[in-house]
Design a protein around this ligand. Structure first.
Ligand SMILES: [Zn+2]
Length: 313
């Protein structure tokens, strides 16, 4: 079986990254190239090389950086690239307050033991506004859920959706349990309903290859959401595993003997355990490690947990 080729306009270039760094979308032409999302801190040199390379800016200067939301894997190159190119950063208006105050809890940086160079917001993007980025017009739509301030960007002409973590080919980004944010799961459902009503032809997700099998992706996302809505503990377990698996992508290996103390020391795990899971610290550590090993995301090696997921860039 051959998969249908994704036929994005030539002015839209997607740098497909991995799970540590979200994809970058370079929108060329018009008043100058605009970059949507900039990857994770520890891979920002690679982000710069890709974006400035022959398939990217190729000697031209970036006119603007745009973000889908403020999570560390989408904004890690903001400070570096905006400084190098002297370009403004346009950011979802709802979340801009957290960036202005550098609220590491709201943005899930220190709170989730993730890093990000501080950047400033130069332009606030309101939901419902339309922007000419590169050669195309993009409508900003509120997409709360995984991140309550997130936006997605939709081009009506080609029916392309830059989805961030609101919709992937299989699922969407982790959501906080009701005990930590009662609005997150209902907002996730409302966002999926909004995306389902858009008649999207191509999705450029925050992670994974662009795809045009939009119906199956929505079906998968709705099924995942229904399973999360049924069980707040499942939401918390999934989030703990997703966030620790992400940490392992950054550090590559982690001594298993330190896991219990580590999970206790990071606010997000502590809150999820105190308010939802209510496991002993040792049981939480054993659950996270065992489940990630069982899922094939992690393997045990000489007392360490080692990521089994690639970060080829
Ligand atoms: Zn995210």
């Amino acid at each position: 079986m051959t998969l249908p080729a994704i036929d994005l306009p030539r002015s839209v270039h997607v740098f497909v990254r991995d799970w540590l760094s979200a994809n970058h979308v370079l929108l060329k032409g018009g008043d100058g190239p605009v970059l949507v999302d900039t990857g994770y801190d520890s891979h920002k040199a690679l982000t710069q090389a890709l974006v400035e390379g022959p398939r990217g800016l190729a000697g031209t200067r970036l006119a603007k950086i745009v973000n889908t939301h403020g999570h560390s894997d989408h904004v890690g190159g903001n400070a570096l690239l905006s400084a190098r190119h002297g370009c403004p950063i346009a950011f979802p208006a709802v979340e801009a307050r957290a960036v202005d105050a550098w609220d590491e809890r709201a943005l899930l940086y220190g709170y989730a033991d993730q890093r990000c160079d501080r950047f400033g917001v130069d332009e606030r993007i309101e939901a419902g506004s339309t922007h000419r980025w590169g050669e195309l017009a993009w409508r900003a739509l509120a997409a709360p859920g995984h991140d309550m301030g997130a936006l997605v960007y939709f081009n009506d002409e080609h029916r392309i959706l830059i989805a961030g973590d609101a919709l992937w080919q299989r699922g969407f980004g982790f959501v906080l349990p009701r005990a930590l944010d009662p609005d997150a799961l209902p907002a996730t459902r409302a966002t999926l309903d909004l995306l389902a009503a858009l008649d999207v032809r191509f999705v450029i997700p925050g992670h994974g290859e662009p795809f045009d099998a939009v119906e199956p992706a929505l079906e998968f996302a709705y099924a995942r959401l229904a399973s999360l809505e049924a069980d707040d503990e499942r939401v918390a377990r999934y989030a703990c595993k997703a966030i620790f698996s992400y940490k392992l992508l950054e550090v590559r290996r982690f001594p298993e003997a330190d896991l219990e103390r580590y999970l206790q020391s990071v606010g997000l795990y502590r809150d999820m355990n105190d308010r939802v899971l209510r496991m002993t610290p040792a049981a939480l550590a054993a659950f996270v490690a065992d489940d990630l090993v069982r899922a094939g995301a992690v393997r045990r090696e000489g007392g360490d947990l080692v990521t089994a997921l690639g970060t080829a860039g």
